[in-house]
Write a protein of this length. Sequence first.
Length: 94
Amino acid sequence: MSVHDGSRDAFGLEAFPSPTDGTVTLTYGSFGNAGLRLAVRDLRGQVVLERDLSDLQNGFQRYTLELGALPAGCYAVELRDGSGSRSTVRVVRD
């Protein structure tokens, strides 16, 4: 189950499973967004993990995100492109 934070949802981002023991699958739509960035933030808003998701084709995308090195807790996973469009979901790490 994905929990959306109510912010503008530009990419239809979903994350499963949540809670997870470490591996999360992200699904989202891409429209050839150059410079798409993935950021994982802890409850203090600090970025604890970042990835550059470049060279995307238009359409449905699937990305496997490994959170096993992070401590148990609640995290915000955010996708943002260069124009400021973004999507955010919450993920619980067991």
